[in-house]
Write a protein that binds this ligand. Structure first.
Ligand SMILES: Cc1cc2nc3c(=O)[nH]c(=O)nc-3n(C[C@H](O)[C@H](O)[C@H](O)COP(=O)(O)OP(=O)(O)OC[C@H]3O[C@@H](n4cnc5c(N)ncnc54)[C@H](O)[C@@H]3O)c2cc1C
Length: 402
């Protein structure tokens, strides 16, 4: 079906961002092969859009990588601005800042400690008591013991608009066949050359796609299927390193009249995001943001339910029930104004994405397993993969072997 320097499996934010960086920074040609008939078919389409540091733990293995990726987002936005285009209009970019909140008790102290730790690691923040938080964010009701940490530098994107923008840019950067997208072509296998001991492309339902330089698996939660194919064929132990973790996000129509000045997240969310331990059977913890159209986005759940993406009424009710404790106005929103989105986060047991070469199979790279932070980490991932393949010393500090 064709040949290019780089062949990428999966047109989510990770695959398209990697393609974008190759097109911007190298002369290599790129083909993206996608199972669905459109972009945003996976977790990316459900993503809430926060690009935040405040909720991260500086002790985590991914801290420096996250900070680098967020810096790359700022550079990306600066370039959009410099070209005379409004990043709000194109990718829904807003410098809203974020609020990490608690209703009090022991969590207040933990939040305070976290704020100090994050500040010591270079992220500016302020501790707000309940009154200050309520004045700044009237929709959020925390009670007399409540508190919030405010991180002014945190930002938001509209995930779908951003991926569309990156896709358009890829098309503009790669005319004359340097960039190709192939939709409706699930990858079913790998083209391995035993003579060269090198991965030479991907097999799909619609034919083979040959690569001269690198094959990259960035199929989100479905990367697990492709790793299973590799494990069986090459007798490797690559499973179960990635698992689908289902998430619901509720879009509350703007006509319901809910408004926020900041991105918001309950502090308890930070301890459940990378853990198997969750607050309830559906893994619900509250995050709320407003999208560029004015809709109120309410997250989210975390469940291991295989590849089922059907919205679940019980989960929707639990998200609403929990969020109404903090945003009481939600209790009077008619259900007809609430529309669920679901996505499968690519979960890894260690809470760290898998980015880098599969060393047993030269020419093959993995960029997946970003769980709930794939939007934030997309540009850092692209940098890490491109620098690795181009044999540049990476400005990204950590490299993970797969
Ligand atoms: C409810 C929810 C809210 C979230 N909010 C945020 C947030 O605010 N901030 C943040 O940073 N992250 C957030 N995330 C996480 C983020 O959305 C994911 O980490 C990220 O989208 C993963 O991107 P991806 O490209 O790896 O995967 P995906 O977006 O899932 O893309 C993988 C692509 O591969 C394709 N594919 C599958 N199988 C094959 C095959 N065999 N061959 C070819 N293609 C294939 C799929 O169709 C899909 O298009 C959220 C996730 C959820 C579910």
């Amino acid at each position: 079906m064709g040949s290019s320097d780089v062949v990428i499996a999966g047109a989510g934010i990770i695959g398209l961002s990697i393609a974008n960086r190759f097109l911007r920074q190298t002369n290599l040609s790129v083909t993206v092969v996608e199972a669905a008939h459109k972009i945003c078919a996976g977790a990316t389409g459900a993503g809430q859009g926060y690009i935040w540091s405040g909720h991260l733990n500086p002790d985590s293995k991914t801290w420096d990588f996250s900070r680098r990726s967020i810096q790359l987002w700022h550079e990306f936005v600066a370039e959009i601005r410099a070209s005379g285009v409004d990043p709000l209009e194109k990718i829904g970019w807003r410098d809203t800042g974020s609020l990490l909140f608690t209703t009090g008790g022991e969590e207040s102290l933990a939040l305070h400690n976290r704020l100090h730790k994050v500040a010591a690691a270079g992220v500016q923040g302020e501790f707000w008591n309940s009154h200050t938080a309520q004045t700044a964010e009237p929709a959020l009701v925390l009670g007399p013991e409540g508190a919030a940490a405010f991180f002014p530098a945190d930002c938001q994107i509209d995930a779908r608009a951003t991926v569309e923008f990156i896709q358009q840019e890829n098309r503009a950067l790669g005319p004359g066949g340097r960039y190709k997208e192939v939709f409706g072509s699930p990858v079913t296998g790998f083209l391995w050359s035993p003579a060269d001991k090198y991965m030479q492309g991907l097999q799909t339902l619609n034919g083979d796609f040959h690569s001269k330089r690198a094959v990259i698996v960035s199929a989100g939660a479905w990367s697990s299927d492709l790793l299973e194919i590799l494990s069986k064929r090459f007798d490797l132990d690559l499973t179960p390193s990635i698992r689908p973790r289902k998430g619901h996000l509720l879009v509350v129509d703007k006509t319901a009249g809910l408004h926020l000045n900041y991105g918001t997240m309950e502090f308890a969310y930070t301890s459940t995001k990378n853990s198997k331990e969750t607050l309830d059977e559906f893994g619900v913890a509250t995050t709320a943001t407003v999208d560029p159209a004015g809709n109120f986005l309410l997250g989210s759940s975390r469940e291991f339910k295989g590849f089922d993406m059907t919205p679940d009424e019980a989960v929707i009710q639990q998200i609403l029930h929990r969020a109404a404790k903090f945003f009481p106005a939600l209790a009077s929103v008619p259900l007809s104004s609430i529309h669920p989105r679901t996505g499968l986060r690519p979960y890894t047991p260690g809470g760290v994405p898998l980015i880098g070469p599969i060393v047993e199979l030269p020419g093959l790279f993995l960029a997946s397993g970003h769980e709930g932070t794939g939007l934030s980490l997309a540009l850092g991932t692209a940098e890490m993969i491109v620098d690795t393949i181009m044999e540049r010393s990476s400005s990204t500090i950590f490299q993970w072997s797969v």
